[in-house]
Design a protein around this ligand. Structure first.
Ligand code: CMP
Length: 498
């Protein structure tokens, strides 16, 4: 066969080979990751064949150089394909977790070995001299890279053990944050202050690690609160548990627990244990819990004593104590006097209401009155804003009104004995005057105008509540069946019919 035909055939064969490589590297998943290397290898192969067929100056050197790189790339491709096969078909199905880093280090060592062997065989480089120098060099390098190597080994150990993963919230020593990156040298944490904290693997290997995202996100949080020795622990536990059960960020289950922790110098210390799922918000959740505890204890008249080191002798005269109480009563009187609905009442009648009233303070987001519960008190807002919300079908709730200073609520249950018609939630810090049923009853029996104005408000609010046609119909039915105006029903309920 003439040489030109042979060359043409070889050229055509090479073209077919390159196209086949490109085609299969696209189709076969296992070849996808080495596609680039395959293309380079085929080009090098082509150059190798051409340098055999065509004569040109320096042909031998080009051939040797090309062959060396081709072998190196060939070994690289074989290693990568083997990695992929072992990873996908052996380790993954058996759920064996081996760090990628280990594969990479192995591949690197093999490639360096092959590279050195090629240097000796193809380029006749004297490796003995190189190795001697490299022993000295590696000793110097080893010492200076000691930390880096420890980090590398620790990185491999961390990946094998896998005590945490990216997106976990962890604490290493005194550093805390969300893991955003892990590599062969270090891990990066995003701290609560939104800083990146980079910790070398070598340091992590020597530290205690706490993982707050595993085995599950639920974490127990402890908060210590001191309450006066004067209050029985049973009562304190009840007030605190109720106050924090539905605080923002506290998981509904497991339930909140309150334990007496110790009898401290100036207070009985309680250990509040509650569960949270969002460890990132730990500070905000602890804040909401402790704020709730303060308000609940304040409402229940339970004092949180401040630490006392010195003995303070403070004598509060009975007279002064009486004066303070009177000032409190005056405050309540002033708030009640300003309520438009109570305008018909005389000062002495307002005094009667004041006698059974008290101040209560609530933090933002607390429930003052819960729909469906029994209610025996009327609330007058002194400061702040509350939202009146009515739960509908399928758990949805709708805001019925926003009430402000001077407004009152809670009259419906108080006047009719029916369960609370809506839930009232504080939208800001709120201070209210709570008037008891006994006070209202005493005044209602004296003042018909008050019964009228209260029943007017009640009727208006009930109409707003009965939004659905069904509810309106039900109310109409009840009214028709009873044939008794609301005004009279209230009088009957309080036993003040005349
Ligand atoms: P009560 O049913 O005792 O408890 C919930 C309170 O929300 C209710 O009394 C009313 O005082 C108040 N309330 C109910 N509906 C409205 C409304 N539409 N507008 C203003 N306040 C309301």
């Amino acid at each position: 066969m003439p040489p030109i035909v042979l060359q043409l055939l070889q050229g055509a064969g090479l073209t077919v080979f390159i196209l086949a490589v490109l085609y299969f590297s696209k189709k076969l998943g296992v070849l996808k990751r080495v596609r680039g290397a395959l293309v380079i290898a085929t080009v090098l192969l082509a150059i190798l064949l051409v340098s055999r067929l065509v004569h040109f100056p320096g042909q031998e050197r080009v051939f040797t150089f090309d062959l060396g790189i081709l072998v190196l790339i060939g070994v690289y491709i074989v290693l990568q394909v083997l990695d992929e096969l072992i990873w996908e078909h052996v380790l993954k199905p058996k759920h064996i977790s081996v760090p990628r880093l280990l594969f990479d280090v192995f591949n690197f060592v093999v490639l360096v070995g092959v590279g050195l062997a090629l240097l000796k065989t193809l380029f006749d480089v004297n490796l003995t001299g190189f190795l001697v120098t490299s022993t000295v060099l590696s000793a110097i390098l080893g010492l200076s890279l000691q930390d880096l190597l420890t980090s590398l080994m620790a990185g491999i150990a961390l990946q094998i053990e896998s005590p945490f993963q990216v997106r976990d919230w962890i604490r290493v020593g005194d550093k805390e944050g969300e893991v955003t990156q892990m590599n062969w040298r270090s891990i990066t944490l995003r701290s609560r202050d939104n800083n990146n904290v980079i910790i070398p693997n070598s340091i992590i290997a020597k530290q205690d690690i706490s993982n707050f995202s595993r085995p599950q996100k639920l974490q127990l949080v402890h908060v210590t609160v001191g309450v006066s020795y004067a209050t029985p622990p049973g009562l304190v536990k009840g007030v605190i548990s109720r106050a924090i059960a539905d605080a923002d960020g506290v998981a509904p289950t497991p339930a909140v627990q309150v334990f007496v922790k110790r009898f401290a110098e100036s207070a009985v210390e309680y250990d509040l244990r509650f569960w949270i799922e969002d460890f990132e918000r730990l500070n905000a959740i602890s804040d909401s819990v402790q704020t709730r505890v303060w308000y609940a204890l304040d409402r229940a008249g339970m004092a949180i004593p401040f630490p006392q080191r010195d003995v303070h002798l403070r004598t509060i005269s009975e007279e002064r104590e009486e004066r303070e109480k009177a000032r409190g009563r005056e405050d309540v009187f002033r708030v009640l006097r300003q309520v438009t609905t109570f305008q018909s009442l005389s000062d002495s009648q307002i005094q009667i209401l004041t006698g059974t009233a008290r101040f209560e303070r609530y933090a933002t987001g607390e429930i003052l009155v819960r729909q469906g519960e029994e209610g025996r008190s009327l609330f007058v807002i002194r400061s702040g804003t509350v939202s009146v919300e009515r739960a509908g079908e399928a758990g949805s709730s709708q805001r019925m009104a926003t009430l402000r200073a001077g407004d009152f609520f809670g009259e419906m249950s108080l006047l009719t004995g029916e369960p609370r018609s809506a839930t009232v939630v504080s939208m800001s810090e709120v201070e209210v005057v709570v008037v008891d049923k006994s006070g209202v009853a005493a005044v209602l029996s004296q003042d018909q105008k008050l019964v009228k104005s209260l029943s007017d408000t009640l009727e208006r609010r009930s109409r707003q509540l009965a939004r659905t046609a069904l509810e309106q119909q039900r109310l109409a039915d009840v009214a028709a069946a009873e044939q008794v105006p609301l005004f009279l029903r209230i009088q009957r309920f309080f036993g003040i019919e005349n």
